[in-house]
Ligand binder design. Structure first.
Ligand code: DGL
Length: 270
């Protein structure tokens, strides 16, 4: 048993979709969440900038002596996981490997789609891992940069003509590729599950990166006999900008009301 916290970070608050999954399967864990709200989005930035920011995010979390760090951000996971793992003695889990593993085990026709930010798709990290794990699988990728701002504006409900139009435009080509599995490689996309299924068809299996990362975290802690417990763990939220609408946005991603406040962090110091 290990009562130390799990650190989780993301470019913003979208990573709370992964926290939600972690709370469901590991309710005893204490979680320290950092969202880099002052510098979100990362998804259109260069690899150098993403790495610089991710090192600072890790530096902040390290102070809490976490037993494990989960990178909830698809963009950081696909661009800098190896560097962060090499530079830190703490175990670090990203979202890429768990999601690819899941997609490989689920796909029947060996045709898989990937949607994520531009920086995630351009990194080639998902494609490389599919090639290494199951070279016979054909991977079809599409960056969907408008999904993040639309979700943050609350435009993710079925019937919303704006998100439905954007989703149709982004996904129509993938639909034509006859994929049977689609990796949602970004923190925000689980909120679009209904919209995406509406375009792709209900038979396409959607892989939720946050859920797979949460399961990978649980397996790793179990393996090391390092799960917390008994009792209910808590979550502390930190952000790099005091967001006036923190509770509203956090509530969207946690899919339940958030009454906690976020504690401010001067991330430039790390
Ligand atoms: N958290 C990012 C990701 O999962 C999405 C938001 C951003 O672009 O920073 O890739």
């Amino acid at each position: 048993m290990d009562q130390r916290p799990i650190g989780v970070f993301d470019s913003g608050l979208g990573g709370l979709t992964a926290v939600r999954q972690m709370r469901q399967i590991m309710p005893s864990e204490h979680i320290i969440y950092f969202g880099d709200t002052a510098r979100v989005p990362y998804g259109n930035r260069s690899r150098e900038t993403i790495l610089k920011y991710a090192r600072q995010d890790m530096g902040f979390l390290r102070q809490f002596d976490p037993k494990l760090v989960v990178i909830a951000c698809g963009t950081v996971s696909s661009n800098c996981l190896e560097e962060l793992q090499a530079e830190n003695e703490i175990p670090i889990i990203g979202v890429v490997e768990p999601t690819v593993r899941r997609a490989v085990s689920v796909t029947g026709n060996r045709r898989v789609g990937l949607i994520a930010t531009r920086a995630s798709v351009n990194s080639g990290a998902y494609q490389r891992l599919f090639e290494a794990m199951a070279p016979e699988i054909q991977v079809f990728s599409r960056a969907c940069p408008l999904f993040v701002p639309l979700v943050e504006e609350g435009r993710f409900q079925s019937g919303d003509v704006v998100i439905e139009t954007v989703a149709e435009e982004y996904l129509q080509e993938l639909r034509g590729q006859r994929i049977d599995t689609l990796v949602l490689g970004c923190t925000h996309y689980p909120l679009l599950t209904e919209i995406i299924s509406g375009v792709m068809g209900g038979s396409v299996f959607l892989v939720d990166a946050g859920r797979e990362a949460a399961c990978a975290a649980q397996s790793l802690l179990l393996e090391r006999d390092a799960l917390a417990g008994p009792g209910l763990g808590d979550v502390r939220f930190f952000t790099s900008e005091r967001a006036a609408d923190f509770q509203r946005l956090a509530g969207i991603f946690l899919q339940e009301p958030c009454r906690a406040e976020a504690e401010p962090v001067d991330i430039g110091r790390y």
